[in-house]
Design a protein around this ligand. Sequence first.
Ligand code: GDP
Ligand code: FE
Ligand code: FE
Length: 194
Amino acid sequence: MTKYFDGSIAQLEEKVEARLSDYRFQHVRRVRDYAIQLAEANGVDPDQAEVAALVHDYAKERSDSDFIAVIKRKKMDPDLMNWGNYIWHGVVGAEMIHDELGITDSDILTAVREHTTGAGATMSKLSQVIFMADYLEVGRDFDGVQVARDITKQSLGQGVKYEIVHTLARLVKKETPIYPKSLETYNYWVRKEN
Ligand code: GDP
Ligand code: FE
Ligand code: FE
């Protein structure tokens, strides 16, 4: 039994596993391990971080039509229709996690919504932990990942800054549209001293 899920962690893990390919489920488990460590180091409840990490990509393998149905049924921001799975799996996925898994903790749902783009001044420590654990889990091997891990160990906030700067630089180089929330994250964290 956990405080954040009406059942055991093992039951939650099974529900997530049933919705994901093995490849992605293994990513989720590594994010969970990293998130627990970052939570312990940063005064975040590790049980809350564990649940948030386990569900963060719950919706990642859903079809576009599933997301569109939720956007319409819940009368979500119509601008969402201009984006795709990469934004929907967090923002719209949080609704599925609420409705299908019965997760009602608003901090967890917000951390899921923000896990791809981050957020500005309102980004909670839990949300920062999930954002960083997703980027740094031991299966990640992009250039700079070890530097990013070291920076994040020193300062969670500097880690968030590193991630948003490098992710945006990569997206701009590919001439990919930037979701407005990602720009908000950049503008807030790029000014942060620590
Ligand atoms: P994953 O679900 O574990 O693969 O990781 P994320 O949820 O963090 O990212 C999903 C995808 O969204 C990645 O390919 C990111 O590069 C991409 N992404 C992050 N921010 C933005 C953005 O502002 N715009 C666009 N177009 N893609 C983004
Ligand atoms: Fe994701
Ligand atoms: Fe992920």
